[in-house]
Design a protein around this ligand. Sequence first.
Ligand code: NAP
Length: 294
Amino acid sequence: MILLDGKKISNQIKDEISQEVTVLKQQGKRTPHLAAVLVGNDGASLTYVGSKVKACERVGFTSSLIHLPENTTEESLLLKIDELNNDDTLDGFIVQLPLPKHIDEQKILLAVNPKKDVDGFHPENFGRMALDMESYIPATPFGIMEMLKRYRVETSGKHTVVIGRSHIVGRPMSILMSQKGIDSTVTLTHSRTKNLAEITRQADIIIIALGKPEFLTGDMVKKGVTVIDVGITRVPDNTKAKGYTIKGDVDFDSVSRKADFLTPVPGGVGPMTIAMLLKNTLIARQRQLKENRE
Ligand code: NAP
C-alpha cells in the first residue's frame, strides 16, 4: 500500500510556486497578493486563516488579513468585497466560511469578482469548470486531482465512487473525475443512496467527503482500491493537549489492508488544499499579467 503523502506533495508545489515568485521578482514584476476576509472569531476559522497567511509568507506572496467584527452587517461586508474586487494590487481573495448567521453566504459569494475568486466558489467558475473552460477549481478538489496525477494513479476507464455531494468537494469531484482526459466512470452517492457498500465494493477509486469518522471500513472496499479521505472531524480526546484528535472518514487500519493507494488524515488532502489555494492565486496573477500584457 502506498500512502498518498499530501504533506510532501504540497511542499513540492509550494517550492514550485516560490520559484515562480522568484522569476516574477527578477523581472521586476509585482508578486502575487492574496487577501482573506474573516468575520468574527470562530476558533477553527482563525486557525485556517492563520495557516493561509503563513503559507503565503512561505512562498513569497503578499497577504492581507481583513478581520471584521462578528456584528459586521451584510451591507458593510458587501462594501468591503466591492473594494477588494476593485483593488488592482490584489490578485485573489477568499471569504472564510462559515459567516455569522445574520449574513447571507450566497449573496456574499455571488458578489466576489469571478476573476479574483481563487476559492472557485462563484457559480461562474463552477459553470466554467463543468464546461471544461478556463476557471478556478475549488482548492480541495484541485488538490485531489493533483495528488492523483503526481502519484500516477490510473483514472481512465476506472470506476470512481464519490461519497458526499457538497458544493465544495463531492459535486466538483464528480465533475472533474468524469472530464475528458481523466475519463473515470463516476457514481455520486449521498445520504439517500441505497446499498452504499455494494456500490463502494465495485469502486476502483473512492473519494469520501462526508464528515463521519471512520465511516468507510475494510469490508466496504475491494482489494487494490485507491481511497481519498477528505473528512476532518475533531473527536474529543482527553489524552491530547488540545483535547481532541483529528479523524478522517476512513477506518485506516481495515482499509489500508486492502488499498493500493490511501491518503492519511492528517497529512493527506488537508495540506493539499492550502497549496492549491496558493496555486490558484499564482494563476490569477499570471492571467492578470497576460491580460494587461505586462
Ligand atoms: P457536507 O456539506 O458536510 O456534506 C456531507 C455529504 O455527505 C452530504 O452530501 C451528505 O448527503 C453526505 N452523507 C451524509 N451521510 C451519508 C451517508 N450515510 N452515506 C452517504 N453520504 C452521506 O460535506 P463537506 O463540506 O464536503 O465536508 C465533508 C468532510 O470533509 C467534513 O469532515 C469536512 O470537514 C471535510 N473537508 C475537508 C477539507 C480538506 O481540506 N481536507 C475540505 C473541505 C471539507 P446529503 O447531501 O444527502 O445530505
